[in-house]
Write a protein that binds this ligand. Structure first.
Ligand SMILES: NC(=O)c1ccc[n+]([C@@H]2O[C@H](COP(=O)([O-])OP(=O)(O)OC[C@H]3O[C@@H](n4cnc5c(N)ncnc54)[C@H](O)[C@@H]3O)[C@@H](O)[C@H]2O)c1
Length: 405
C-alpha cells in the first residue's frame, strides 16, 4: 500500500504491512535505514527479515538504495519484505525513526523530534551528542542498553562481541604458520597450537570455544572469578594467578590500579611466551583497555606467534598494537584490526537488526515511539531527548554533571 495519495508528507514510503485497509496518515511512523557511511563499515542496521516485524507494529520502512549491499542484502530483498527502497538519501534521513549501525553521519538533516538508534559512543563523540541534543533529536546509544535479563534480546554488545571473538581466532589461525589441532601423521606428530585468551567475557568465551573447536589447547584468564567456571566448561584451563578479584558493578570488571596491572603482567609473562596465539579482549566499561602485554613480553614470544588485540579500539591490551593495523615486532604478528564484527557482515547485521528491532518495539505503543524515561531500559540508553542529554551514564562518560531530576 503506497501512502503517497493519502499523505503528502510521506511521498515515497510504503507501509510494510499486508493490511489492505488504508492507515491514517498521522499514525504511520516512518523508519529510515540509511546506508552506512563510515569507512570499512559493511553492516546494515536493518535486514530484510526484520522489515515485516516493524510493519506488523505499524511502521513504514524506507531503506536507502544499496544500504544492505555490503552485508549481502540487495534492494530486491528489502522490497520483497515490504520496504520501500529509496535512492534519495535525504528522504530516508528525513524519516521519523532512523536506524543506524554507526553514529548518525548526517545529523544536520535529522528532523527535530526524530528518533535515532545506533552506536553513539558518548565518551568519544561528545560534540555529536551535543549537536543531536541541540537539534531536538531523541538519540539512543545501543551500547548503553543495560545488561539485564529483560534486555538480552536488545544486547548489541553481546551479539557483536561474540562475532568478534569467533573471527579473532580465525584471523589468528590464518596468520599462524601452524596447524591448530594435534595431528598424528605418517610423517610424525604435530602438537596442537597453544592459545591464550585474556579477558573471558562475551568475546573471550566465544574465542575460547572457537579455538577449542579448531583443536587448540586453550588457557584463559579474567579478573572476574565468575569467569573461571565458564572457561572450564568450554574445555579450557583457567589460569590461577595470585591476584585479587576485580569484579565491579553489573558483572563487569572494575578499573584496575597500575600496581595490579604490573603484577598481572609479571604473572602472565611466561604464559604469553609459551603461547602461539594470544587473543586479548580485556575491557573495563568507559575506560581505556588495561595494558596486559608489554612490548618486552611480545619480544619474549616465539617468532611466528600471533596476537589479535580485540581491545585495539579502546587503546589496546598490547603495548605495540596499532589500531586498524597489522604490525610485526621481532617476527610476532600483532593484529589491531578494528570493527571486527563488520568482517562477518551478514550475521553481524542480522543479529544487530534483531537487537535494534527489539529495542524499537520495546519503545513502541500503538505504532508510535513513546519515550518513558521511567523505564529502566529506555532511561539507560536514551542519550538525548527534548534538547537535553538525559542518560546519566552518557553524562558520566562525557564528564558532565548529573542531570537535575
Ligand atoms: N545479564 C546479562 O544479560 C549479560 C549480558 C551480557 C554480558 N553479561 C556479563 O557481563 C560480563 C562481561 O561482559 P563483556 O564481555 O561485555 O565485558 P567487557 O567487554 O567489558 O570486558 C571483557 C572482559 O575483560 C575482562 N577484564 C577486564 N580487565 C581485565 C584484566 N586486567 N585481565 C583480564 N580480564 C580483564 C572483564 O572481566 C570481561 O570479562 C560477563 O560476565 C557477561 O556474562 C551479562
Amino acid at each position: 500500500m503506497v501512502l503517497k495519495a493519502q499523505c503528502p508528507r510521506q511521498p515515497l514510503i510504503r507501509a510494510a504491512t499486508d493490511s489492505r485497509a488504508p492507515l491514517p496518515c498521522a499514525t504511520v511512523v516512518k523508519v529510515g535505514v540509511p546506508r552506512e557511511r563510515a569507512e570499512g563499515e559493511r553492516r546494515v542496521a536493518l535486514t530484510p527479515d526484520q522489515v515485516g516485524k516493524l510493519g506488523s507494529a505499524g511502521y513504514a520502512v524506507a531503506v536507502e538504495a544499496g544500504a544492505g549491499e555490503t552485508a549481502g542484502f540487495d534492494d530486491d530483498a528489502y522490497r520483497q519484505a515490504g520496504a520501500e527502497v529509496v535512492s534519495d538519501r535525504a528522504l530516508v534521513v528525513g524519516a521519523d525513526v532512523l536506524l543506524y549501525v554507526q553514529a548518525p553521519s548526517d545529523v544536520e538533516r535529522l528532523r527535530a523530534g526524530a528518533v535515532s538508534i545506533g552506536y553513539l559512543m558518548p565518551a568519544t563523540q561528545a560534540e555529536l551528542v551535543h549537536t543531536l541534543a541541540g537539534r531536538g533529536v531523541t538519540a539512543f546509544s545501543v551500547e548503553l542498553v543495560p545488561r539485564i535479563s529483560r534486555a538480552q534480546s536488545m544486547d548489541v554488545l553481546s551479539s557483536q562481541a561474540s562475532l568478534a571473538g569467533y573471527r579473532a581466532v580465525l584471523m589468528a589461525a590464518t596468520r599462524l604458520g601452524k596447524y591448530f589441532p594435534m595431528l598424528m601423521t605418517a610423517a610424525g606428530t604435530i602438537p596442537p597450537a597453544r592459545v591464550l585468551v585474556l579477558g573471558a567475557g562475551v568475546a573471550g568465551l566465544q574465542a575460547i570455544a572457537t579455538a577449542r573447536r579448531l583443536g587448540a589447547v586453550v588457557e584463559a584468564y579474567d579478573v572476574r572469578p565468575a569467569a573461571r567456571d565458564e572457561v572450564r566448561s568450554l574445555g579450557a584451563t583457567f589460569l590461577e594467578l595470585e591476584l585479587e578479584s576485580q569484579e565491579g558493578e553489573g558483572g563487569y570488571a572494575r578499573e584496575q590500579t597500575e600496581d595490579f596491572l604490573r603484577r598481572q603482567r609479571e604473572l602472565l609473562t611466561q604464559r604469553v611466551a609459551a603461547a602461539d596465539v594470544v587473543i586479548t579482549t580485556a575491557a573495563v566499561p568507559g575506560r581505556r583497555a588495561p595494558l596486559l602485554v608489554t612490548a618486552e613480553m611480545v619480544r619474549g614470544m616465539r617468532r611466528g606467534s600471533v596476537i589479535v588485540d580485540l581491545a585495539a579500539e579502546t587503546g589496546g591490551n598490547c603495548e605495540v598494537t596499532r589500531p586498524g593495523q597489522i604490525v610485526q615486532v621481532d617476527g610476532v604478528v600483532v593484529d589491531g584490526t578494528t570493527n571486527v564484527p563488520s568482517l562477518i557482515p551478514i550475521h553481524a547485521s542480522q543479529l544487530y537488526a534483531r537487537n535494534v528491532t527489539n529495542l524499537l518495539l520495546h519503545l513502541t505503543a500503538d505504532g508510535q515511539v513513546r519515550i518513558d524515561l521511567e523505564d529502566e531500559i529506555t532511561r539507560a540508553c536514551c542519550v538525548t531527548h527534548r534538547g537535553e542529554i538525559v542518560s546519566g551514564r552518557a553524562r558520566e562518560l562525557m564528564g558532565l554533571e548529573a542531570a537535575r531530576t
